[in-house]
Design a protein. Structure first.
Length: 255
């Protein structure tokens, strides 16, 4: 489990560093990533063979960390900041309500939560695949490798785009304060903007995904991925709580 532990350590330290500047964030020098405050050299957790997987997944992980930090900061601000009154309430109150009670603020918080937690699930799943490639039997290694080939460009690009969008909403929740340095959300956005470019821009990873990864081994990785999605949708459709979502996912897969 060494590789996924390294990714989790990087994620945890990145979130802590984003929320508390007394912690020194990971630093990359000559393709080797260090966490100075913890004395961690993440090069010890990977080999040259999986280095490309590792770098792309950790870029996505860093994007998730910054998006998550912005979400947590904006959630705290929305709970503390008081302004306005609920729609339809014309009584004069002694104090305005916390802005989290306003529907549009809740919408922005829930959108951030969906993006950052979706991104976190994706990078953790890829970290698990890295472990299975390294430790599984021949059959498990082959299947995990096919999925990892397919998902690595996505794990880099999807979080770096949509967790940046989450940072944008975090600024919006803060209003005008979000654009100033009184709060850290503007820095999270600036730092996260690099992840769309770092280790290859979206277009490069799109070419890699469609030009190579989808087609290699006669589409084995894509077929395996589709089968896993279909199985998940089928299980969800068989439950009361997730039936509607499962049916919707099944239809989208067939379309």
């Amino acid at each position: 489990m060494r590789r996924s532990i390294a990714l989790l350590a990087l994620f945890a330290v990145a979130v802590i560093a984003a929320c508390d500047h007394s912690v020194v964030a990971p630093v990359t020098v000559a393709n080797t990533t260090f966490v100075p405050s913890l004395g961690i050299n993440l090069a010890n957790y990977t080999s040259t063979a999986d280095g490309l997987y590792y770098r792309d997944i950790t870029v996505g992980t860093g994007a998730v960390a910054l998006g998550y930090a912005g979400y947590l900061q904006s959630l705290r601000y929305a709970r503390e900041r008081r302004q306005g009154r609920p729609l339809g309430d014309r009584r004069l109150r002694e104090a305005p309500v916390p802005i989290i009670e306003h529907a549009d603020v809740r919408r922005m918080l829930l959108q951030q939560k969906a993006w950052v937690e979706g991104g976190l699930a994706l990078v953790l799943y890829c970290a698990r695949l890295v472990d299975e490639v390294a430790t599984g039997d021949d059959f498990e290694r082959e299947r995990a490798g096919q999925l990892l080939d397919l998902l690595t460009p996505v794990a880099k690009s999807w979080p770096s785009q949509w967790c940046l969008a989450a940072n944008d909403l975090a600024i919006q929740v803060h209003g005008g304060y979000g654009y100033t340095r009184d709060f850290p959300v503007e820095q999270y956005w600036r730092d996260n903007r690099l992840n769309m470019i770092h280790e290859g821009a979206h277009g490069i990873h799109g070419l890699d995904l469609l030009g190579r990864k989808v087609r290699q081994h006669d589409g084995a990785g894509l077929k395996l991925y589709a089968a896993k999605v279909a199985a998940t949708a089928s299980r969800a459709a068989a439950t009361a709580d997730f039936k509607a979502a499962g049916v919707q996912l099944e239809r989208a897969l067939h379309d």
